[in-house]
Design a protein around this ligand. Sequence first.
Ligand code: NDP
Ligand code: DXP
Ligand code: MN
Length: 382
Amino acid sequence: MKKKISILGSTGSIGTQALDVISHYPDLYEVVGLSAGTNIELLAEQVRAFRPHKVSVADNISAERIRGLLPAGTQLYWGEEGLIEIAAGSNADFVITAIVGSQGLKPTLAAVDAGKTIGLANKETLVSGGHLVTSLAAKRGVSLIPIDSEHSALFQCMNGERREDVRAITLTASGGSFRDRSRAQLAGVTVDQALKHPNWSMGAKVTIDSATMANKGLEVMEARWLFNLPYDQIKVLIHPESIIHSLVEFNDYSVMAQLGNPDMRVPIQYALTYPERMPTPTEPLNLAEIGKLHFREMDFERFPCLRMAYESGIAGGTAPTVFNAANEIAVARFLKGEIAFLAIEDVIDAVLQQHEVAADPDLEQIDESDGWARLTAASLFK
Ligand SMILES: NC(=O)C1=CN([C@@H]2O[C@H](COP(=O)(O)OP(=O)(O)OC[C@H]3O[C@@H](n4cnc5c(N)ncnc54)[C@H](OP(=O)(O)O)[C@@H]3O)[C@@H](O)[C@H]2O)C=CC1
Ligand SMILES: CC(=O)[C@@H](O)[C@H](O)COP(=O)(O)O
Ligand SMILES: [Mn+2]
């Protein structure tokens, strides 16, 4: 029987790579649901190639644009309801969450509630509502399989190991587009410069997050929920080549690492085939050609977004939701050329300073805090 797949965010960097992987194994996988934002041309092409029964887009304007391009019988949805329909209302066994931002939380909860296995790329979901997603997944017996490269690496290194034998985990960080610049050299950097990641080709938001190191902060919080470890056991190490994707240190000081070329099709495919492995449509790693790997200690003064992420994670409650939402607004403004690169960290800091953390929030409180943080961040620009 073919595994039935739905993808949230099929037109993005992860979504298109997931479809590339799936296209190499037509006997194993069947695409039953696709959701995109506003890239109607690409979505229509994907629908022609993969023939999902259900399709969703960001809004009714996009829905009207794609309606006439869909094969007869394809069901069309839009907005949040559409995302939830693709996540939970289809006959998918496996849902890839490759949408960007905390808007992934509700559809992911709906998919978990409906018993779907989750291939989790969207890290903002676990940052914003990790306790809700993991407790519901435990209740429904649903697996959350990481796609984010570091978490896939950690997941692979911890396979068959006992959690109590883990001493610490280390997430590697490339350092992003500006890793060799001092803070003084960050004034006046452009959007185009920030979008040039040294190793990975990714969507705009995560590429900017890599440059501010907010990405690693989000990943530290994502790891806290995926691996149920306290923050003092989650470390970050700068590794400019992005060949070692993360490491696990055990109580006997043995360290396991997962290595590979920086190509997301490997962790995407591993999530799909887990616990089996199959050839990926990528290149094998050639360490002799690479020659040397380098490491640098993390500098929390150079990268204050990572410091604020740890502080938010440790504070818990609604603090991570607020960190994430403020960052989403600040990054969107930076990408539009409305604020400077260094203002991203100022926005997050200002919003966090004004926030009164609520402990153990339910979905409604998460929603409220997310909305409050967005409005507060936006009000800083007036
Ligand atoms: N790219 C990467 O290599 C990695 C990404 N991740 C994480 O995966 C997630 C996706 O990242 P990435 O693929 O880079 O992002 P992209 O920006 O490339 O893609 C985002 C996807 O979300 C869709 N989308 C955006 N807004 C809406 C909306 N309102 N309604 C419905 N769909 C919407 C976009 O649709 P459209 O384009 O049609 O508007 C697109 O399909 C992020 O959380 C990121 O942090 C994690 C590890 C690596
Ligand atoms: C590919 C991937 O998983 C990204 O989240 C990646 O981690 C970005 O690289 P850095 O955050 O290390 O720059
Ligand atoms: Mn990552």
